[in-house]
Design a protein. Structure first.
Lengths: 280, 278
């Protein structure tokens, strides 16, 4: 029995609930009583035609994901370039930039809610810079960028570690040859380094995309989806539908739609970036 | 090997820039730490400055309100048990799937790996029903069983990839010497898997220790709550009492930060290795 236990736990905890969700998505069920009423496709009809909050949460999640993925990868790659230079402090700095990743997203959200509300206000009073005196987390725009800032702050250190490994794994002769041929710094970066670390871009884009699109903990603790639901992620919307409104059937239907989109997005993204890789 | 590059003015400028960026990066931690030892009035008057007086009684109060030692113990129990189970179950399954690539085993591997794209939210609602049917609710052991299920895909995948590099000859000679399949695995193969076991343990620990959503669905009873759950409920009650809330956050963040600083070499190496292979 080598495979047995693995298969048992996996079936019980992952497979069975996942398959059950196909059934429950077609029912009305409040999760508390045993009563489960067949509803056909009514849940899906309601979601697509009537539930504007769900649509808004998708729109928010898409915008947030785009901003967070692009910025976190740019910052992470930039840090990796910087910290592969022969700096004296680079090992210290790598550790430091990675640090936010070992802290629970939930706690990071609380920490930053203090920074945005109290810290920024204090810095604003002190320096008079308008950026810090904005009503952070109080409007939908500042709450949106608040989410993006914290996510980039957290993710970029993790992505940096992967980019550093890729840069250090580049075959030295390619870089040397290009340098001897007189390639400038930017030519070297654009023509040699970036194509050679393409596999790392695949991994990093994939990771950032799946983290951002499924964001929950940070969302719950930083903005709670507010103000007025303007920063509610899909994951948070599903959670509230099921566990706060006690509409488990509807929540399950939403979670299946969420699954289809996540699965499609991640496979598309991997296929697309794989094609751009250079064979060495 | 190229010669060590000289420390030029350009490098010095880069170094300076890097350090400045890093300082900016850790400012949030400064704010949290410095304000966690202020009195409430001091904190409201100046959130950026040095405290008028260091007050450690924020910490002693939070320590008691949060029942910190109990929450810590709960987190520890769940993390250790889940890790132990995941390593045993996944390494054995990966071994069998790799060494006996029957059609069934290959299909099983695809199933395990494919399941990694399913977001947790698409499982959690029926999972609560399953968990209460089979008695996993409000129990640390029940939560551990849930982690077995959710972690097995990634762990199996990591072990499977790593095992490909282990030569078959060693095992074959052991079989000739009359070793049972379990003996071969535990005495010969498993010790060779040590680097991957370390990576798996670290990745699992980061995930399980910091996880919030799954424990929040399974553990409701105050006595079994883990650190993230306890911090969440504490924060809910003391939202505007920043002096206490911040001390609570520091206590919440501390264990994993210390763990990371001790294990950083392994953690960072594990992430790099996992990503390059992935």
């Amino acid at each position: 029995m080598f495979v047995g236990p693995a298969l048992l736990f996996f079936s019980l905890i992952v497979l069975a609930p996942f398959l059950m969700s196909f059934y429950y998505s077609l029912t009305v069920w409040n999760g508390v009583t045993a009563r489960v009423d067949w509803a056909g496709l009514n849940n899906f009809r309601q979601i697509f035609l009537e539930d504007s909050a769900f649509r808004d949460s998708f729109w928010f999640t898409a915008r947030y994901t785009l901003a967070a993925v692009v910025l976190a990868n740019a910052v992470g790659f930039g840090l990796a370039l910087l910290l592969t230079q022969p700096l004296k402090t680079r090992n210290w700095l790598r550790t430091l930039f990675f640090l936010p990743n070992v802290i629970a997203g939930l706690l990071l959200g609380f920490i930053w809610s203090f920074i945005f509300v109290k810290g920024f206000a204090a810095v604003g009073k002190w320096t008079g810079i308008g950026f810090f005196e904005l009503p952070w987390l109080g409007t939908s725009a500042t709450a949106f960028w608040g989410m993006v800032i914290v996510s980039v702050w957290q993710m970029s250190g993790y992505l940096m570690v992967i980019y550093i490994a890729a840069i250090l794994n580049m075959p030295r002769d390619y870089v040397e040859a290009a340098r001897i041929d007189g390639a400038g710094r930017f030519q070297l970066l654009g023509r040699i380094v970036i194509p050679l670390v393409m596999p790392a871009f695949t991994v990093c884009l994939f990771l950032a995309l799946s983290w951002s699109f499924k964001v929950f903990d940070l969302n719950l603790s930083l903005t709670k989806g507010g103000p007025f639901g303007s920063t509610e992620s899909v994951a948070l919307n599903i959670y509230k539908e099921a566990f706060q409104n006690n509409r488990y059937g509807l929540g399950t239907a939403k979670s299946l739609i969420f699954f289809v989109i996540v699965a499609a997005l991640t496979s598309l993204q991997v296929m697309y970036t794989k094609r751009k890789e250079v064979e060495v | 090997m190229e010669q060590a590059p000289r420390y030029t003015a350009r490098l010095f400028a880069l170094e300076l820039a890097a350090v400045l960026i890093a300082l900016l990066f850790i400012v949030p931690f400064y704010f949290v730490l410095v304000n966690s030892v202020k009195s409430f009035g001091d904190l409201m008057r100046n959130a950026a400055g040095w405290p008028e007086a260091f007050r450690l009684d924020n910490y002693t109060r939070v320590w008691n309100i949060m029942q910190y030692p109990r929450a810590f113990l709960n987190s520890l129990i769940v993390t250790v048990l889940s890790n132990a189970g995941l390593v045993v179950v996944s390494s054995m399954a990966a071994y069998r799937i790799l060494r006996r690539p029957s059609r069934f085993n290959r299909a099983l591997f695809v199933l395990f790996v494919a399941a990694m794209v399913i977001p947790f939210q698409s499982i959690m609602i029926p999972l609560v029903k399953v968990a209460s049917e089979i008695g996993l609710m409000d129990s640390r052991l029940g939560l551990t069983v849930c982690y077995f299920g959710f972690g097995v895909s990634l762990n199996l995948f990591l072990y499977h990839g790593f095992m490909k590099s282990i030569p078959l000859e060693i095992e074959e000679s052991a079989v000739v010497d009359g070793c049972t399949p379990y003996g071969v695995f535990w005495k010969i193969v498993f010790p060779l898997l040590k680097p991957m076991t370390i990576t798996a343990l670290l990745l699992n620990s980061l995930w399980i220790w910091n996880d919030f959503l799954l424990p929040s669905l399974v553990l409701h009873d105050a006595g079994v709550r883990t650190i993230p759950l306890q911090t969440f409920s504490f924060f809910g009650q003391y939202t505007k009492q920043w002096d206490l809330a911040l001390a609570g956050l520091v206590l919440g963040v501390a264990p994993m930060t210390l763990f990371f600083l001790l294990m950083q070499k392994h953690i960072i190496a594990g992430i790099s290795a996992g990503a390059v292979k992935g």
